[in-house]
Design a protein around this ligand. Structure first.
Ligand SMILES: *Cc1c(COP(=O)(O)O)cnc(C)c1O
Length: 344
């Protein structure tokens, strides 16, 4: 793989910070190397910068070698690091579908990297030729998100494959909602591509948004670069321990997903029957995008019921749309009660 095509020269030639825990990697009992307080175990110790235990466990679960796994402080860290590793500020540019997750554009702007949006088709499907026509010699990164936020649909896997094979830079495929999808996603096909980075997260299906843990999967050469430029101690001791515990019972996540999918189907039907709802879009995620006549008024009405949804009516192709996360049966009942009593 020619990394020069994907990454900034300054990043490729960088010598990373070497922490005390990098210099010594065996099992020891007396740690006098990092100026830590010897009391208050285990929180007195710096966390493992390489996340070895956690990556090994995730490796078993996902059937992906640990060298192909990066762990970040949420997917948001991986998004920012990929932009910083690939794009020279003011020179290179990023391509992304529109509408999609807002963080890609924010992270691009923070890094002073031009961000070009290519509209999806009206039915939210991917227009692969239009997307690839927008590539320029300066384009380094492409963000795809499937299932996509906020449109809730997954893209055709043949289209995704075609785009990855024909895009000259790195393709970042965000699979934050893959656990809720009927499609298997691309993790099982990672080895087929040198330029693919898949993002997944513990924030959605795993119920750990508060712990902040995101995963990136890619060729080991790409993962090494992310490890080289991240903050040394990006995942704290509490999160590493907590997630190791959660991963000892992964079936709990599957039960949550099952309940949420069942509830999504009920909510979809109930919403479609309400007079104030014009359309409920098919969902492959844990939320529903609905079109209404008066998004602001309905949003504010729901607020008076202490029910908060996301108003997406100012987003491309989503005029009049609200995004509703699938909650517990009780929460969904309150939502439906509030919407049923809405009179415009
Ligand atoms: C929620 C979400 C994430 C999760 O981000 P974290 O930083 O891991 O919490 C990532 N991508 C998309 C598209 C999302 O909707």
């Amino acid at each position: 793989m020619n990394l020069d095509l994907f990454f900034r020269p300054s990043v490729l030639s960088l010598t990373p910070y070497s922490s005390a825990r990098d210099d010594f990697q065996g099992e020891a009992s007396v740690f006098l190397d990092a100026n830590e307080n010897p009391y208050n175990s285990p929180y007195n110790r710096y966390p493992d910068p390489h996340h070895r235990k956690l990556r090994k466990r995730i490796s078993e679960l996902k059937q992906i070698p640990p060298e192909s796994i990066f762990l970040g402080n949420g997917s948001d860290e991986a998004i920012d690091l990929l932009i910083r590793a690939a794009c020279e500020p003011g020179v290179h540019s990023i391509l992304a579908i529109d509408p999609t997750y807002g963080m890609y554009a924010v992270a691009a702007a923070v890094n002073n990297v031009k961000y070009t949006r290519v509209l999806l088709n009206e039915d939210f499907t991917l227009n692969r030729e239009k997307l690839l026509r927008a590539v320029t010699p300066k384009t380094r990164l492409l963000f795809l998100c499937s299932p996509n936020n906020p449109t809730a649909n997954s893209f055709d896997s043949g289209d995704i494959d075609y785009v990855i094979r024909n895009f000259p830079g790195l393709v970042v495929l965000d699979e934050a909602y893959i656990d809720f999808s009927r499609h298997p996603g691309f993790l099982g096909r990672l080895q087929e591509y040198e330029n693919l980075v898949i993002l997944q997260t513990f924030s959605k299906a795993w119920g750990l948004a508060g712990a902040r843990l995101g995963m990136a999967f890619a060729h080991p050469d790409i993962i090494s670069i992310l490890y080289k430029i991240k903050y040394p101690y990006n995942i704290n001791v509490l999160t590493q321990e907590l997630v190791l515990n959660v991963l000892s019972q992964p079936s709990v996540k599957d039960q949550w997903v099952e309940m949420i999918l069942k509830e999504r189907a009920i909510l979809e039907q109930a919403l479609a029957a309400l007079p104030c709802i014009k359309n409920v879009y098919p969902s492959d995620a844990n939320f529903l995008l609905v079109r209404v006549d008066e998004p602001e008024k309905i949003y504010n009405w729901l607020c008076t019921w202490s029910v908060i949804v996301r108003n997406r009516s100012n987003v491309s192709l989503c005029s009049g749309c609200l995004r509703i996360t699938v909650g517990t049966p009780g929460e969904n009942r309150i939502l439906l009660e509030a919407l049923s009593s809405y009179i415009h």
